[in-house]
Design a protein around this ligand. Structure first.
Ligand code: HEM
Length: 426
């Protein structure tokens, strides 16, 4: 996580050396009670979960997602909205998502092979954004509103600045905040137009998650207001596209290693995209990639009721952070944590088996706040692997890890050299 322009992981490592797995770090608006281990995760997410709120915890996402976004609200309103939104992400959607993603990625891979490469991340980001927008709003949204994708990207660029920089909100161009406000105004108008026209019965074609949410209109309890629909649409896009792009980049990094890539390529060969996203070895490698490089490396909360950790009080309103980076590399939980070992996920009872405690592995969070888009993210990531491994091989130097906003990405955007053909030519 990037708080004030630096990488907070290194600072947390230094604090741990002096204070153990729980301490206070930061200043002013970026002062947090950090928990690095599983006991802290259990305290915040399970034992005292009702003492911690999401409201106010992800303030940097609120200007995009709005006040009713799932990630920014708490029960009972959160639960009501979550019950409405969750069915739209039902696993039966996976086949359609996998086909649509593979189709778009095929073009992307062909372009990479043709131009020989360059950093994966900046080229991939707009493509994942397109796919996520199509899944959420239906493909006609981008045709009807050609600036929508750029406007979402502009808003995310603001939210990806270090947290301190985001406190500067100059409303005059060329200040980033002025660009953000203009982009939000246009994106709002586009999404509200689609909601109103669909509600008025216009035929705009398949409408993705938005269409499923609108189909709840006849149910007084589940029905979402226009403001809620607008907020869910933009917050789902913003929660989903940078994180999924990073997940694809990290899996691609692991797939540069022949010993990891060849068995996965063999497993996926001959499968259709929808079957590939359910393939065990590819899935295990993705789980391992999310362990070593969790794209969302921290879960944040605000204290909403006075509570104490081992006798130390946490004041109401204080920020709380769980570091997934440290949790997922804790040698007390994981055998040889730095080693890429997909077998952890294939044989849970063997010596390498991933811990049985669900709080040891939280790339998508936990319980009632579990990531609603986890299935979509895994599907897009594996659809990318399926597409790329069929036609290309790629190499790269091992990159550094770099936080961009709340997302952990490979430094330099993961420069890859692409070649046609599955296997490395010796
Ligand atoms: C690899 C990609 C992704 C990662 C690593 C990720 C990670 C997470 C994590 C850790 C949480 C829990 C946050 C918390 O407890 O405070 C979360 C929640 C959430 N994610 Fe994701 N996410 C990803 C992709 C997506 C996608 C594709 C979408 C939607 C299209 C999405 C939408 C959400 C929403 C709405 C929540 C809030 C759920 C709630 O509080 O009820 N995410 N995500």
């Amino acid at each position: 996580m990037n708080l004030a322009g630096g990488d907070v992981r290194a600072a947390l490592d230094a604090c741990r050396a002096d204070h153990g797995d729980a301490f206070v770090f930061g200043f002013g608006p970026i002062r947090y009670h950090w928990f690095l281990g599983i006991d802290g995760a259990r305290f915040v997410l399970l034992d005292e979960a009702d003492a911690f709120a999401n409201a106010g915890a992800y303030g940097f996402l609120q200007p995009i997602g709005g006040p009713t976004a799932l990630i920014a609200t708490d029960d009972p309103e959160h639960l009501r909205r979550r019950r409405s939104v969750q069915p739209a992400f039902h696993p039966r959607q996976v086949d359609g998502w996998a086909d649509a993603a593979a189709n778009r990625f095929e073009r992307f891979v062909a372009e990479r092979v043709a131009d020989g490469g360059g950093p994966l991340l900046p080229a991939l980001r707009p493509v994942v954004l397109e796919i996520v927008l199509d899944v959420l709003l239906g493909p006609s949204a981008r045709r009807r509103h050609p600036r929508l994708a750029d406007d979402v990207a502009t808003m995310m660029a603001f939210a990806n600045q270090p947290l301190l920089a985001q406190t500067i909100k100059l409303p005059v161009p060329p200040a980033p905040w002025a660009g953000f406000v203009a982009a939000r105004r246009r994106a709002d108008a586009a999404i509200r137009a689609d909601i109103r026209e669909r509600r008025a019965g216009a035929d705009l074609g398949a409408g993705g998650v938005l269409e499923l949410l609108l189909s709840l209109d006849g149910d007084a309890e589940a029905r979402l207001t226009e403001d809620e629909l607008r907020d869910q649409s933009l917050s789902l896009v913003s929660a989903g596209f940078d994180t999924t792009t990073a997940a694809i980049a990290w899996l691609s990094l692991l797939l540069t290693r022949e010993d990891l890539r060849d068995p996965v390529a063999d497993e996926l060969a001959g499968l259709a995209p929808a079957a590939a996203v359910r393939a065990p070895l590819a899935g295990a490698l993705l789980s391992e990639s999310l362990r070593l490089y969790p794209p969302a490396p921290a879960i944040l909360r605000r204290v909403r009721r006075g509570v104490a950790w081992r006798g130390h009080p946490l004041a109401v309103g204080a920020g709380v952070g769980l570091s997934l980076w440290h949790l997922h590399r804790d040698p007390g939980l994981w055998r040889e944590p730095a080693r890429v070992a997909p077998q952890r996920w294939l044989d849970r009872t063997g010596p390498w088996g991933a811990p049985r405690d669900p709080l040891a592995y939280l790339p998508f969070g936990h319980g009632g706040r579990y990531c609603i888009g986890a299935g979509l993210a895994r599907t897009l990531t594996l659809a990318f692997a399926w597409t790329a491994l069929r036609t290309a091989r790629w190499t790269t130097p091992v990159p550094e890890v770099r936080p961009v906003g709340m997302t952990l990405v490979p430094a330099g955007g993961l420069p890859l050299a692409w070649r046609r053909g599955r296997r490395r030519v010796r």
